[in-house]
Every structure is written in structure tokens, then in C-alpha cells.
Design a protein around this ligand. Structure first.
Ligand code: CDT
Length: 338
């Protein structure tokens, strides 16, 4: 049975601090509608899609800060019923499109950088992932309002749900009677081999990853502070593609990456580069603009088999007795100087 599915990265262009939430929602709904028109069954949206990427700002005012989060408690029910965002999930369900989308989650006890995967058939949340690797600092670099900060460690707790793959049962028929095995990452997670391998070990076939990657933040990166904006943009795109293509290849899986892109508030450029990458590491489709754009490809999940059965047959070739350091050490322990 063929295991062919049409999938999309739903790239979202500039969203400013003052952009009304209703405007963003209307744009997201339009992307879902375009996806349905093209026969797409799964559309991956970016990290913190419903608002601007607020961790770049130092926001001391709790009243403003709370507006970037969706409250998700036992009384509110799942994100799909949240008053600010429900129209998006309802439309995806009406059109039968599975979606992954990122948002700031407030459980009432803690705040996380979260993404949910929602079935287009039932509207159910099939899986939730909370970002594990939070980049940046707890304190702002300075109070200059033009500085691009990365205050994720200030606003979010590290994800505590692990790297759990799941079956997209909603896509079982399209996938020839065997539901696709899906994994979720959020932005900076894609730079860390550890999460990818946890998913590789569960046989993941489709990795979904939304991101907000700054195209110019020398205070965050360190190194040459006089780097030009052009060079910084090139480097950011290079590293993004490098890690996604390499990790998709070494774990024999497709990856759909979706950018929040464009220049927010006329100050903060974010790279585009939304892509669909195949299990051999090739880019099969990618965005051509910095704005709202649907990047579509039909993928054949059986293409994962070559890598999974041969070069990266994990059960056959891994030597776990040699990998102890990976879980025993957090940081670097160089060998002693003789
Ligand atoms: N949102 C997010 O995680 N951004 C980070 C910026 C780090 S820049 C090397 C990212 O990894 O893209």
C-alpha cells in the first residue's frame, strides 16, 4: 500500500507587538484554507504563532506578559477551546487538516513554550510537546528597546513532557493503513542531536518543528559583534538548514520546519527557510518569500525505510555501552592536562 501524504509548512510573516490577535488569526485561517484547497492533510505552523515572538522583549508588566499566553487548565479545557484561538482549530477541523501549532501555554502553575498536534478528523489534541532547550538568558542584555533579547529562560519553564512520539491516527488511511509516527520539536531543539535521537529510537517518520530564528542578534550569539546584517542572515540560514538536513538524515525521517519570518516591529528580522526535508537530507520544498506562505510537498513515508533498515539501522549498529557520557554529563569535562 502506498504511504503518500501531502504535507505543508505554513510559514507566517511579520507579526508586530501591536498586531491585533484577530488579524493573526485571520491569516492563520487563510493558510489552513489554502492547505485544504491543495489537498494538504498536515500543516505545520511556527513556534508561538498566535502572537509576536515576545521573548525578544523585556516585559516587566505582568498584565502585558499574560496576553502572550493561552490559559489551559482543567476548567478551561484544551487549547483548542481557548476563546482567542478556537476559530483556527474549528476551521482546521471543518476542513479535515491536521495541524501542529506553537503557543505560550499557561497551566496556572507554570508557563511553557508549547506545540500541539491536533487531528483534522476529530479535533482532538493527539499530542502535546513542551520545548526542552530554552535558549538565551534570564536577564535582558540591556534595556535598550532596539536590542534583540532572547528571554525564554525568564518566561518559560523547561519542557517536562519528554520526547514522546505518537501515531497520527488521523492519517492512517493516507498512510496505507499504518498511522504515521510523528515527533515534535520547537525551534532551538532542532539544534540538539539528543532530542532527534530520542525520536529516531521510536521510529519517527515525520518530525514537525516550528521556529522563530533571529537573523541578527550579535549580543545573543557572542563572537564578532561587528558582523554585518547580511552575513548574520546568511549564517542563520546556513545553520538552520545544516541541522535540519543532517538530523533528518541521521534519523531517517522527514522533517517539516515552519518559520515565523519577516521583520517584526521594523527592528527584529527573523529568517524564513520553511522547508520539507526528506530522510536522505534533501530539501524537497522550501519557502521563496519572507511572508505568509504555504510550502507543500507530497511525501512517501516508505522513503524512510532505506535509512532505517541500512545505514541508520539503530538496533543493529548503535553501541550503547559506549554512550554513558551522554546522560551522565551535562556540560563539558575536558581531559586533564598531562
Ligand atoms: N526561538 C528560538 O529558540 N530561537 C533560537 C535562537 C538561537 S540563535 C542561535 C534558535 O535556535 O533558532
Amino acid at each position: 500500500m502506498p504511504r503518500r501524504i501531502k504535507v505543508a509548512a505554513a510559514q507566517v510573516g511579520a507579526v508586530h507587538r501591536t498586531t491585533p490577535r484577530g488579524d493573526v488569526l485571520a491569516r492563520l485561517i487563510k493558510l489552513v484554507e489554502q492547505a485544504a484547497e491543495q489537498g494538504v492533510k498536515l500543516a505545520v505552523f511556527p513556534e508561538t504563532t498566535f502572537t509576536t515572538f515576545f521573548p525578544r522583549y523585556y516585559i516587566p508588566d505582568e498584565t502585558e506578559l499574560s496576553t502572550y499566553f493561552e490559559l489551559e487548565t482543567s476548567s478551561t479545557g484544551p487549547i483548542t477551546r481557548g476563546t482567542n484561538v478556537k476559530a483556527f482549530f474549528d476551521r482546521a477541523r471543518e476542513l479535515g487538516v491536521d495541524v501542529q501549532i506553537g503557543y505560550g501555554e499557561d497551566t496556572g502553575e507554570g508557563r511553557y513554550n508549547t506545540a500541539v498536534y491536533v487531528s483534522g478528523k476529530t479535533g482532538e489534541v493527539l499530542n502535546k510537546y513542551r520545548k526542552v532547550h530554552l535558549p538565551g538568558t534570564t536577564e535582558p542584555f540591556d534595556l535598550d528597546p532596539t536590542t534583540t533579547n532572547q528571554l525564554e529562560k525568564r518566561y518559560f519553564l523547561p519542557g517536562n513532557l519528554g520526547f514522546n512520539a505518537f501515531r497520527a491516527v488521523s492519517l492512517k488511511a493516507e498512510a496505507g493503513g499504518s498511522s504515521p509516527i510523528v515527533g515534535q520539536l520547537i525551534c532551538n531543539d532542532r539544534r540538539w542531536a539528543e532530542g532527534w535521537r530520542c525520536y529516531g529510537l521510536q521510529g519517527v517518520e515525520i518530525m514537525c518543528c516550528g521556529y522563530n530564528t533571529t537573523a541578527y542578534a550579535p549580543k545573543l550569539w557572542g563572537g564578532d559583534q561587528s558582523i554585518t546584517r547580511e552575513k548574520a542572515y546568511e549564517e542563520a540560514m546556513f545553520h538552520h538548514k545544516l541541522v535540519v538536513q543532517a538530523h533528518a538524515y541521521t534519523n531517517s525521517m522527514f522533517c517539516i520546519t515552519s518559520a515565523r519570518s519577516g521583520v517584526d516591529d521594523d527592528l527584529h528580522p527573523l529568517i524564513p527557510g520553511s522547508m520539507i526535508v526528506d530522510p536522505e537530507g534533501h530539501i524537497v520544498a522550501e519557502s521563496t518569500t519572507e511572508g505568509d506562505e504555504l510550502v507543500v510537498a507530497e511525501i512517501d513515508l516508505d522513503e524512510c525505510l532505506q535509512g532505517k533498515e541500512r545505514t541508520f539501522n539503530l538496533g543493529k549498529h548503535r553501541r550503547v555501552e559506549m554512550y554513558g557520557r551522554l546522560v551522565q554529563e551535562g556540560g563539558v569535562s575536558p581531559p586533564p592536562e598531562p
